[in-house]
Design a protein around this ligand. Structure first.
Ligand code: ARG
Ligand code: GLU
Length: 722
């Protein structure tokens, strides 16, 4: 560690204070200061250096970001990695068609030659991290505007990152911690030749589908295997058939010993985002307004998509990943509302805020800086909430998996902007090439018929859930004419527009003639919606929202300081920000509701109990049933049972999917993939009695690779601890 900020010094002086064993997402570099003692007390046998070190190979060298939002870990010296099935889902989907449907049937490479490349898929290793708070803060002068502050932080961060990686093959990024009170620099190494090695069928890897998602007891075999390839000298290189499997500094031993109640576990990975330190107003906004309205929109989307998928297997494949993504947050929001209410989270925060106000009253020296903070929050949140809702509603309805044609056509605004500026033929050419690439991606997973239904229904939902001040002008215009019944109007749009048909769009791009083509495009009814939505979105919602977000960022930074000054008996962990974190906890069941106790593990028997050939997500493959009937579990069983999933008290969130779950010695015992329904509010408030992370028992993965898939050769390259 190089520099220690004053802020950190305060933290360190607190480190002797009581620390909780379960809650918290800790900074790997600071384990030796804050956590390792309690970890040892809880049963951990590893040293802080075993977990994170820059002097020797450590566990952090075996853990990486997978793609853009998951975690994965190395399990062999030949670059073999394991992550979740749902993290590899898009890659598996891309290699799938009705001819070879790997989503339905699974995929197993029986040799290196059969492994499938995945253009665009990357894994990112952390080489080291460094506290750069002092450097960043030294560039800031008191009293500057939030806008100026953000600009300076960005510049300093960029130049720090650039200076750090100069002359190396690494990338670097500076990230804010504790709402911008602290900054860390991360040096990373990115590999871009990552090939698909194996995935179970969805009936195992996504068993229980969106019905069981976020739920315990769970029986999902949520894993997939990939391999990292490197170029000459084991160094990252773009995809090339001649690349060789990557030889890592460290890979994780895999344990067959299993886990038992009370066992110590560590999860290491990339939690995406949490909001543990927000004021009560924030929770009120989520629980009473934002979540219910977003849930309502997605109710509609899912109704349409599920019906379409049930009728047509081709649609099911095209919309599989979109459907999973829509359903995932939709369901979590519902769980969060329940969990927060059950905890009386708003009431708890209000009480806490009252106590802070009393404390401030007794500490007049703090008045200047923090005296009006909570009052300013109170004033900001109603407006902020309105704009946040409007912004999210536009995204939900028009940009992301809503009326998708609008979001797609919006990409053509670049053409418009270019043609109206100083026109440059070669630049326009480039834009056209990019649009053609986007077009291929878009239409591959698109059905105009489904989209039309979505547009019809979502337009009404938009109207119902937002203040007319946020209507695009076109909506205001058609409202009185159609009285919320937009069927025939939308149908006409899809008949007339070129954007619902790839052939027409390609023809348009091939014959693109600057201004003249733009004029024509502007007459397209979908493009008119693009312009109209942008009118309100880019013209009003976003600018206002950004202004308020800046004010909120300033308040958040102060409020974080205030909480740390007020509550000196607590060691604060920073909110998740998609940087590597360590969480630790114990294997433990829980009581979801009165009189019900959930055991800490599930078994293959439960998979068979849920079997239902009528339902895609519960259709247990024949071969798995045979293995079950014969109890053909090999060395993967425990007391005659095959364990499938288990739960523990580790504090995790989205992004932790695919994270290794390690035992006290650092052996891989599970793959984290979810949280239990009753505890998903842990992103906002942790409840040790209810919050559980759900992991795949690694023995189930090995059993499937070996006995189910017949790809046992893959186990030969692992270090298996019996
Ligand atoms: N809930 C898990 C997570 O947040 C799994 C999501 C994927 N599975 C699904 N059925 N949609 O990512
Ligand atoms: N499934 C989540 C992910 O993809 C992890 C579950 C959670 O939110 O904890 O990261």
């Amino acid at each position: 560690m190089k520099r220690i900020s004053i802020f950190l010094a305060i933290l360190i002086s607190l480190s002797s204070l009581v620390l909780r064993a379960d809650e918290g997402m800790w900074i790997p570099m600071l384990l030796d200061r804050f956590n390792i003692d309690i970890m040892h007390r809880e049963g951990c046998k590893l040293s802080a250096e075993d977990i994170y070190s820059i002097n020797q190979a450590s566990i952090k060298d075996a853990v990486m970001i997978f793609g853009g939002g998951c975690t994965a870990e190395l399990i062999s010296g030949e670059g073999l990695l394991i992550t979740n099935h749902h993290c590899g889902y898009r890659s598996i989907q891309r290699h799938s068609s009705l001819g070879h449907d790997y989503l339905t049937d699974g995929f197993w490479a029986m040799s290196g030659e059969e492994e499938l490349p995945n253009p665009g898929l990357k894994v990112t290793f952390l080489k080291r991290m460094e506290d750069v708070t002092e450097v960043v803060l030294s560039h800031l002068t008191p009293g500057i505007s939030e806008e100026k502050r953000q600009e300076i932080v960005r510049q300093v961060s960029d130049s720090l990152a650039a200076a750090t990686i100069k002359g190396t093959r690494y990338t670097a990024v500076v990230k804010p911690f504790y709402q911008g009170n602290q900054y860390f620099l991360f040096v990373q190494e990115v590999f871009e030749d990552v090939r698909l090695v194996g995935a179970p069928p969805s009936s195992i890897g996504k068993f229980g589908g969106d019905t069981d998602n976020w739920m315990w007891p769970r029986h999902t075999g949520d894993f997939s295997l990939f391999r990292i390839y490197a170029g000459e000298n084991n160094i990252p290189a773009p995809y090339n058939p001649a690349n060789k499997p990557y030889h890592p500094a460290k890979f994780l031993p895999v344990s067959l010993k299993g886990i038992h109640p009370g066992d110590f576990t560590i999860v290491m990975g990339y939690p995406g985002s949490t909001s543990e330190y927000v004021p009560s107003y924030h929770l009120k906004m989520l629980v009473e307004d934002l979540y219910p309205k977003l849930i309502a929109v997605r109710d509609k989307k899912l109704e349409i998509l599920n019906a379409a998928a049930a009728n047509d297997p081709a649609i099911r494949i095209k919309y599989a990943a979109k459907n999973a993504s829509i359903s995932n947050s939709w369901k979590r929001w519902k769980g969060e509302i329940n969990g927060l209410n059950k905890l009386d989270a708003i009431g708890k925060k209000q009480k806490y805020e009252e106590n802070i106000l009393i404390w401030l009253y007794n500490h007049p020296e703090m008045q200047d800086k923090y005296g009006t903070l909570l009052a300013r929050y109170k004033k900001l949140y109603p407006q902020y909430g309105q704009y946040l809702l409007a912004r999210n509603m536009v995204i939900e309805v028009f940009f992301r998996y809503g009326a998708e044609v609008v979001g797609f056509a919006r990409q053509f605004r670049t053409l418009e902007n270019m043609a109206s500026g100083a026109e440059n033929a070669s630049q326009t050419g480039k834009v056209i090439i990019r649009l053609k690439q986007a077009l291929r991606r878009f239409y591959r997973d698109y059905s105009p018929a489904v989209d039309e239904q979505l547009f019809k229904v979502l337009l009404k939902t938009y109207e119902d859930n937002l203040d007319p001040a946020f209507y695009p002008p076109l909506l205001t215009m058609i409202r009185s004419k159609y009285h919320g019944n937009y069927g025939s109007y939308i149908h006409k749009i899809y008949r007339k527009t070129m954007f619902a048909d790839s052939v027409k769009v390609i023809a348009f791009l091939n014959g693109f003639k600057g201004e003249q083509s733009i004029k024509k495009m502007k007459k397209d009814p979908v493009y008119q919606w693009v312009m109209s939505v942008d009118d309100i979105y880019s013209g009003k919602i976003v600018p206002e929202f950004e202004k308020m977000s800046k004010e909120k960022a300033r308040l958040d930074r102060l409020y974080m300081q205030l909480q740390m000054t007020y509550d000196t008996s607590k060691v604060f962990y920073p909110d998740a920000n998609f940087t590597m974190r360590v969480t630790y906890g114990k294997v433990k069941g829980y009581e979801p509701r009165d009189a019900v106790w959930y055991k800490y593990y599930t078994t293959l028997k439960g998979v068979i109990e849920k079997d239902n050939p009528q339902i895609y997500d519960y259709n247990v493959p024949e071969k798995l049933k045979v293995l079950y009937e014969n109890k053909d579990y090999g060395r993967y069983a425990e007391n005659g049972e095959l364990h499938v999933c288990f739960i523990a008290t580790n504090h995790t969130t989205g992004g932790n999917s695919g994270s290794p779950v390690l035992d006290a010695e650092g052996n891989l015992v599970g793959i984290n993939f979810d949280r239990a329904w009753e505890g998903v509010m842990s992103d906002l408030m942790f409840n040790p009695g209810q919050c559980r992370n759900i992991s795949l028992d690694i023995r189930y993965a090995l059993f499937l690779i070996d006995k189910y898939a017949g790809a046992g050769y893959l186990l030969d390259e692992m270090n298996i601890v019996e």
